[in-house]
Design a protein around this ligand. Sequence first.
Ligand SMILES: Cc1cc2nc3c(=O)[nH]c(=O)nc-3n(C[C@H](O)[C@H](O)[C@H](O)COP(=O)(O)OP(=O)(O)OC[C@H]3O[C@@H](n4cnc5c(N)ncnc54)[C@H](O)[C@@H]3O)c2cc1C
Length: 441
Amino acid sequence: MYDPLTNKQLNNQQGFPESYWSSTTSPINYAPLNSDVNANVVIVGAGYTGLSCAIHLAQQGVTNIVVVEANEIGWGCSGRNAGFVLPGSGRLGYKQLVDRFGLAPTHKLHDDFMSAIELVDTLAIKTKANIDKTELGYLKLAHSKNWFEKLKESANYLHQEFNYDVEIISKYDFCHDYVDHKNVFGAIRYNNGFGINPLKLVNSYAEYATSLGVTIYNQSPVNQITKSGQQHSVNTEFGSVLADKLVIATNGYTPKGLNTPIKNKILPVLTNVIVTRPLTADELKRSNFNTHQVMMDTRELKYYYRLLPDNRILFGGRGAISGKDATKPKYANRLLSELKSCFPELSTITIDYNWIGWISVAFDQMPHIHKTDDDIFYATGYCGSGVSFSAYAGKLLSELIQEKDVDSPLISALPSLPFAQFRRTGQRFFYQYGRMKDWLG
Ligand SMILES: Cc1cc2nc3c(=O)[nH]c(=O)nc-3n(C[C@H](O)[C@H](O)[C@H](O)COP(=O)(O)OP(=O)(O)OC[C@H]3O[C@@H](n4cnc5c(N)ncnc54)[C@H](O)[C@@H]3O)c2cc1C
């Protein structure tokens, strides 16, 4: 499987992932780039970040915007994620954010996170797209008693400091009202998270962007970026784009050989998703699975899951470390065994879909949106929570490009990764630590 840390180039022969989502819809097809063109803005990568940036530029009257994608739109994370639209990004909790940024900037960040969720709705509504939005609710599940106490504290803190009401749910109420879950010790519920079909969301962004005059090229891997004078040249095998402004929206899929400003500054991490066959009416009853709200546990090495519209369970968690090990059956089997341990009534459940993708993690575990001294713009590092935030990051990128005043604590350069060549060794140590921490509770 393609591995951004070992493959110098991303080729266009990858095929769209055979996910549950691609069984429900196909990505919209656009022609490849096969000539040399000029643009005001060129965006590399047609995931949510790139498409949202294009949409917001076009909405503001910027013309001649070109998006260049190596495979199909949404081929990266955006067309294959779990579809959780979450009130946040990065890996840090609110108290950690306050420690890092201070209270006032964290209030701003909180507003950003809330706006990001609303933006997903707004963009989908603009195209009247049906993105299979679920009922509202993001449930964070305590995997230990200790973590239930921490969740309660954080709910109280969010209420007092941010006027953000998060419901506290006891183990009994959770098992009674949501699903009979054997490994949960209580939960909190954010009332504005929800689930969607991520590929339908990508298509809706692309349709909206093209309706505003944006040009999208599929099947056009960028293999070189150069600058001459004030202009950037983005080169593919059969054509190039010469533009005043360049946006790098390649996130965790950025190939090793592409000379972008995010090179050696992110850790691409594999996350694995399985989708089961549909639950029978009897299984639904016995497991008391009666919610479509999205759920994630409090582990360091998290599991996330949801009941899909046709009553299959989507269950995700960490995958292998390298692309060469990614498709080994043990990773999907581990997810299945964890699923059965949570819901023993589903002991005969089987897997219909299994796929994997690269998320992007920055050294400080937070997203970054930045303009370099060389006039290159990028946004990355959502740490697996980018469905809502990437749309918002695209909007902020568009404002930076138009030289507007943009106020967000996340407008900053990616920090360097110390010993970048050993980042996978560090990841192995982190997984050992995470396993130990999760076992201790
Ligand atoms: C399995 C999985 C589950 C996830 N679940 C969730 C979830 O439930 N909720 C959530 O908030 N987040 C989730 N995420 C993360 C979320 O999907 C991402 O944060 C988000 O989609 C990032 O969007 P993006 O546009 O920045 O990057 P991507 O969608 O990854 O897009 C980058 C694009 O750049 C293209 N590209 C790369 N290099 C080149 C090149 N040289 N030339 C041309 N194009 C290039 C790629 O082909 C790709 O299409 C998940 C991710 C995965 C993999």
